[in-house]
Design a binder for this molecule. Structure first.
Ligand code: NAP
Length: 248
């Protein structure tokens, strides 16, 4: 079967590394992004330069109508989707819960939770044997924060990843007999741009001493686990989590 993958937030960081590896494993890759067209097109160019197939598609995954259009673009350009990586995610400036307002909480939940539900819905409608589909696999990118809570930094973000964990377990069980596996990765401190969004670009180097392995992780190390979970080698894994946090 032709392998077609949609990776949300694939212009940079973990998503971009996953897009490159997926292309190397033979997937036609949809590189979704929010604003950074140049970065998304660079990922596509790199994949095409290596003989692979990729398209860059702008869509805010927090917006239902844009998600619907995103999936329809994949249908048109590549045909039936076989894999979805719910990777796009945001965090906001570090602050204590007592200082958070509802607008911030709703932005975090829309970008990190609603997005995963709506993208998963669109994927299930295409993959499920219940809808005449041929199956597929979904990987949600959660975070070690869901286990740790991110006190004093972003408990809202950590809680949003807790919701992603629960979505993973619930959806995995809901579609287990319909040819779809649903799993998640929980990265720890990974060298990407996301820490700058929290106001601290050098965060990984500050906190790496708290990691048993005494180092930050690299996006490629997360991508490798995602691609394994998507592959037939993981055929009996559903509702499972791979923690990629250096022992934390
Ligand atoms: P990143 O470097 O900040 O990249 C974020 C990506 O998501 C970009 O491609 C961005 O697009 C896209 N994006 C953001 N909001 C979006 C939206 N509403 N719609 C569509 N695309 C959107 O992030 P990252 O560190 O690779 O994180 C990827 C995932 O890993 C996130 O879910 C994050 O929570 C999780 N994670 C990261 C770490 C870490 O230490 N880095 C640890 C645990 C979990 P543009 O380029 O267009 O802005």
């Amino acid at each position: 079967m032709k392998k077609v993958i949609l990776i949300t937030g694939a212009s940079r960081g973990i998503g971009a590394a996953t897009a490159r590896l997926a292309a190397a494993r033979g997937y036609a890759v949809c590189v979704n992004y929010l604003k950074n067209r140049q970065a998304a097109e660079a990922v596509v160019a790199e994949i095409e330069g290596g003989g692979g197939r990729a398209i860059a598609v702008a869509a805010d995954v927090a917006d239902e109508a844009q998600v619907v259009r995103l999936f329809e673009t994949v249908d048109r350009q590549f045909g039936t989707l076989t894999a979805l990586v719910n990777n796009a995610g945001i965090l906001e400036t570090q602050m204590r819960v007592e200082d958070m307002d509802a607008a911030r909480l709703n932005r975090i939940l829309a970008a990190n939770v609603t997005s995963c539900f709506i993208c998963a819905r669109e994927a299930v409608r295409r993959m499920s044997s219940r809808h005449g589909g041929s199956g597929g696999a979904i990987v949600n990118v959660s975070s070690a924060a869901s286990r740790i809570g991110s006190a004093g930094e972003y408990v809202d973000y950590a809680a949003s990843k807790g919701a992603v964990d629960t979505l993973t377990i619930g959806l995995a069980r809901e579609v287990a007999t319909e040819g779809i596996r649903v799993n998640a990765v929980r990265p720890g401190f990974i060298y990407t741009d996301i820490h700058a969004s929290g106001g601290e670009p050098g965060r990984v180097d500050r906190v790496k001493a708290f990691v048993p392995m005494q180092r930050g992780g690299h996006p490629e190390e997360v991508a490798a686990a995602i691609l394994w979970l998507l592959s037939d080698e993981a055929s009996y894994a559903t509702g499972s989590f791979i923690d990629l946090a250096g022992g934390r």
